[in-house]
Design a protein around this ligand. Structure first.
Ligand code: SP5
Ligand code: ZN
Length: 363
């Protein structure tokens, strides 16, 4: 399977994230992607290529122009306004309740700490000097994976970083700036006029992807994730959210309890796969997260490396072409094995053995 990778992700290098007011070491770091890349190179079955520049038009097909402009300007704003910080996080948020009952037009302030709050929804997604370049490159990685699949490949893996599925049309957050999977799905619809299914297997609900396609009947969004009653992103991801208007019935949320095992997960995934089978189309975009892993510091599921192999096998078993895009996954020591297992499963290759000359998996 072809892998698309860009070293530009390393330019997004936050040192901390703020959770409930406390600065903690950043979870979403460059080592994540470097671990995966190293494991796939060592495997030998995953030729890697660089992304090509797709410009901003495919991003503007999914995101508000104002968000794109803000992300492009945020770092220079910070310098111009004399704020001496190595990362910027909002000082306040544009919460809907502030203007409840008031017919005042939305107002984007000039001050960087307020402007940041206008376009974001959490404190754990710092913008640093290289964030925009990295986020643009992640989109190009996703779109190059789309090009490979539309060019005839059965599957391609875009090693995106920063991830994307939390980014909404007009807001960034959840370590995500541009919604790589949504941009990829929209590009596929544009190129093929076919319907597209997005299967989101990250631990967290892809609130951004859901929001972007909420009223769209031509893009199915199906997600398995931690129940938002107990886990981020909290405000979306419930089973009652099924889409509206032309998108009614084209959104499937499968919230799951703490402790969800391989067996439970794979059984639940059959419901998502059934929904995909019931939707015409030949391409699936997979939002692939490994924060469902048993040792993940953010997650509370108990999936194993073997579970990922089986997941990849079953998703590929639908017989559709796959654009597989990396989302979350924070237990760094196992990311390489987990990605390798999922992708080998999708190719119909077995799990590796010690006899292959590799170290055994972490199980
Ligand atoms: C793409 C993706 O996986 N984004 C996830 C964003 C989650 N942000 C909230 C982080 C909260 C960290 N809390 C650590 C608690 C450990 N028990
Ligand atoms: Zn996640």
């Amino acid at each position: 399977m072809q892998v698309v990778y860009s070293p530009a992700h390393l330019e997004h290098d936050p040192k901390t994230e703020t959770v409930m007011g406390a600065a903690i070491p950043a979870n979403e770091v460059g080592e994540r992607v470097e671990r995966i890349r190293a494991a796939l190179v060592a495997d030998g079955g995953f030729p890697t290529s660089a992304p090509t520049d797709h410009g901003t038009a495919p991003i503007a097909a999914v995101h508000d122009e104002g968000l794109i402009r803000f992300l492009g300007e945020a770092w220079s704003d910070l310098q111009t306004q004399g704020v001496r910080r190595d990362a910027v996080v909002a000082e306040g948020f544009n919460a809907r309740a502030l203007t409840e009952g008031m017919s005042v037009p939305p107002f984007e302030p000039g001050a960087i700490s307020g402007r940041t709050g206008y376009w974001s929804f959490d404190t754990s997604t710092p913008i640093v000097a290289g964030t925009y370049a990295a986020a643009r490159a992640a989109v190009d990685v996703a779109l190059t994976a789309v090009d490979l699949v539309l060019g005839g490949e059965t599957a391609a893996y875009g090693l995106c970083r920063p991830p994307g599925h939390h980014a909404a049309r007009s807001a960034y957050g959840g370590y995500c700036f541009f919604n790589n999977a949504a941009i990829a799905a929209e590009a596929i619809v544009h190129a093929t006029a076919e319907r597209v299914a997005i299967l989101d297997v990250d631990f967290h609900h892809g609130n951004g992807t859901q929001q972007i396609f909420w009223r769209r009947g031509d893009v199915l969004y199906a997600s398995l994730h931690a129940d938002p009653d107990r886990q981020y992103p909290f405000f979306l991801g419930r089973a009652v959210e099924t889409g509206e208007g032309p998108g009614a019935g084209a959104n499937l949320n499968l919230p799951l309890p703490a402790g969800t095992s391989d067996e439970r997960y794979l059984a639940e995934m059959e419901r998502a796969l059934d929904a995909i089978v019931a939707t015409p189309g030949s391409v699936i975009v997979v939002s692939l997260g490994f924060d469902t892993y048993r040792d993940d510091p953010l997650g509370d599921f108990t999936l194993t490396t073997g579970g990922y192999h089986e997941m990849g096998r079953r998703v590929a078993g639908l017989g559709r072409r796959l654009v597989i895009l990396q989302e979350g996954g924070y237990f760094r020591p196992a990311l390489g094995d987990n990605a390798r297992a999922w992708l080998r499963g999708a190719e119909g290759r077995p799990m590796w053995t010690v006899a292959e000359g590799e170290r055994p998996g972490t199980e």
